[in-house]
Design a protein around this ligand. Structure first.
Ligand code: PMP
Ligand code: GLN
Length: 395
């Protein structure tokens, strides 16, 4: 007898999404004792001032629901931070909302802005939550493929981007600096995105969680799409504390933009989480106001780690692609005899005790990423050294 309960109760639109690759690979690392260069989380704590402020808030009674858009001190700090670093101006009252990580901001934006059947242009490989949030909204993703060029940098064909836009395009979801490629979008690339958004009347949602991780040898500085002519009024800018302050488990993020876009996020957000992280919010406000030395040191440290891991991977026989920003470096496995990144990553822990992420899970066009794998370098130097020693045994 077929009963209702015997069938998978999951809605159709979520069926293509299994367990996330991060969960699978972190579990594999835990099970095998492998060095985990898969899921992108730091193995050291963030700034002491921030941690002290969180402890103080926790002990000082800030443990009940904060205001729905976030506490005023954090909204003010988020606005001030964007003025200070990017010369962008947002009113903390109405143009900034605090969310449960960047993930919730992006999900709420898609759910709040897309009708069923609307199209979302995004660059693949894309961060995995994008596809799920687009599917939950009943929207359709229109991926544009980033491919490594001869110089090791990823780029896209402008004709592909043009072709991805159409009458149903509702928004562009742009992640720069980009996970997993480490690409930082250039002024010319952003200008084309901006031109097409305006031509098609589309909004932009920008995921800038790695805004402070663009390395000094990158071909471009970080340029927020919202800073381009005509874009502030149609862009919702998303970021979070997780990466910049090494507190990925706190899940304190934010979205800034014109009041109608922020209001759309708020409408949805109030029924997803309503609020989050009461004692963490004042601590993130403290962190955002840290001096330039904090941000400089944060970038310099990660650049050294990137250099260490990139050199080690090259030495181990990988074809390493250029990472101009983020926590991640990608590499081609062909020279090591690899044909398929998923198979390579599933067997890597038993072959040499290291966990990495197959880039192909972030593509619709799987072939474009089949032989690429991603390694996280947001780890202590001795951990990276151990991983490299192990990977060298693959040769
Ligand atoms: N966007 C990108 C590109 C990411 O790499 C991540 C992962 N940390 C997120 C969003 C999610 O950020 P949060 O943890 O603040 O939700
Ligand atoms: N952003 C992290 C990464 O790309 C993972 C976040 C998660 O586990 N969902 O590795």
């Amino acid at each position: 007898m077929t009963t209702t309960t015997a069938r998978d109760p999951l809605v159709h639109r979520m069926r293509p999404f299994g367990t996330t690759i991060f969960t699978e690979m972190s579990a594999l690392a835990a099970r095998t004792g492998a060095v985990n260069l898969g899921q992108g989380f730091p193995d050291t704590d963030g700034p002491a001032e921030m941690l002290a402020a969180a402890a103080e808030a926790l002990r000082g009674g800030q443990n009940q629901y904060p205001p729905m858009p976030g506490i005023p001190a954090l909204r003010a700090a988020v606005a001030e931070h964007q003025r200070r670093f990017w010369d962008l101006s947002y009113d903390p009252d109405g143009e900034v909302v605090i969310t449960a990580g960047a993930t919730e901001a992006i999900a709420a934006a898609i759910l709040g802005l897309c009708e069923s059947g609307d199209e979302v242009v995004c660059f693949e490989p894309y961060y995995d939550s994008y596809a799920a949030s687009i599917a939950l909204a009943g929207a359709v993703r229109r991926p544009v493929t980033l491919r490594p060029a001869a110089d090791g940098r990823y780029s896209f064909d402008p004709a592909d981007l043009r072709a991805a836009f159409g009458p149903r395009t509702r928004l562009v979801l742009l992640n720069s600096p980009h996970n997993p490629t480490g690409k930082v979008f250039t002024a010319d690339e952003l200008a084309l995105v901006a031109e097409l958004c305006q031509e098609y009347g589309a909004y932009a949602v920008t995921d800038e969680v790695y805004e402070h991780l663009v390395y000094t040898d990158a071909s471009t500085p970080h340029i927020p799409l919202a800073s381009l002519p005509g874009m502030a009024e149609r862009t919702l800018r998303v970021s979070s504390a997780g990466k910049t302050f090494s507190c990925t488990g706190w899940k304190v993020g934010w979205a800034s933009g014109p009041a109608p876009l922020v209001s759309a996020v708020l409408r949805v957000k109030q029924f997803l989480t309503f609020v989050n992280g009461a004692p963490l919010q004042p601590a993130v406000a403290v962190a955002l106001a840290l001096g330039d030395d904090y941000y400089d040191n944060f970038r310099t440290t990660h650049q050294l780690r990137r250099d260490q891991l990139s050199a080690g991977l090259t030495d181990a026989g990988f074809d390493v692609l250029s990472a101009e920003g983020t926590y991640f470096v990608t590499a081609d496995i062909t020279a090591l005899g690899g044909r398929d990144g998923v198979e390579f990553c599933r067997t890597l822990p038993e072959r040499c005790g290291v966990v990495a992420i197959p880039s192909q899970v972030f593509y619709d066009n799987v072939d474009a990423g089949r032989r690429l794998v991603r390694f996280a370098f947001c780890k202590r130097s001795e951990v990276l050294a151990e991983a490299v020693d192990r990977l060298r045994t693959l040769r």
